[in-house]
Ligand binder design. Structure first.
Ligand SMILES: [Mg+2]
Length: 217
């Protein structure tokens, strides 16, 4: 089989690997669907108080780093707010907070077809959210090589997670680009020599991406 390698010129970056962030890059999300959904079901509950309790107690971080199970999470908030809702319904509200970024869906489908780059997913997420996303947004399944925070007990923007990702897949930072919407993640990745694109407007992303792979930037 004929294999056409990337042409890498001296002193020019040669991108072989693309690491995608998930939330607000490949899929958008809004946690208020969860807080408000539960609050609407539980008449006495304030969505804001519910949200504050979760953040003050870092329950979101505990879920993302795999330090707390969803059962424990449910038991804790159920007790605290005297919730009537059952676990299944509660988890449905918890999971159903995402919608696809159609522009990124098209980009990812195209770039995985041309097979020029190795593609990765690096996400702060938990088992319930990633399962929901894989089931409802099948284009995300194109990214089979993954580092997920809840499995490795580390989260972005900690540099050790980026280091771990490079080492796990034997990636050279200078041949790798991170696409992520969070500035802190961009800063950490840059400190390790990884190329970065701060994702916000899709048009800006595609132009930065083509400049980067052509070695213009
Ligand atoms: Mg993100």
């Amino acid at each position: 089989m004929y294999w056409k390698p990337n042409i890498c010129k001296l002193h020019k970056p040669c991108i072989r690997n693309i690491i995608f962030d998930l939330g607000n890059t490949l899929v958008y999300f809004d946690f208020s669907y969860f807080y408000n959904g539960i609050a609407e079901r539980e008449k006495k509950l304030s969505g804001l108080k519910f949200k504050k309790y979760i953040y003050d107690n870092k329950l979101d971080v505990k879920l993302m780093t795999g330090r707390m199970s969803h059962r424990e999470f449910f038991r804790k908030v159920k007790k605290k707010f005297d919730l009537k809702i059952g676990y299944g319904d509660f988890m449905f509200f918890y999971a159903d907070i995402f919608w696809a970024n159609q522009n990124m869906k098209r980009f990812l489908e195209k770039i995985s077809r041309i097979k020029k780059y190795k593609l990765f997913l690096l996400s702060n997420t938990d088992s319930v959210h990633i399962t929901f996303i894989d089931n409802n947004f099948p284009f995300v399944r194109l990214l089979k090589k993954r580092v997920l925070s809840y499995k490795v007990n580390m989260i972005k923007p900690h540099k050790k997670l980026f280091k771990y990702t490079l080492e796990k897949f034997h990636l050279k930072p200078e041949e790798t680009v991170l696409v992520d919407d969070m500035k802190d993640n961009i800063i950490s990745a840059q400190a390790l020599g990884i190329k970065t694109i701060h994702y916000n407007l899709h048009k800006k992303f595609t132009s930065e991406f083509s400049r980067l792979v052509k070695g213009i930037s």
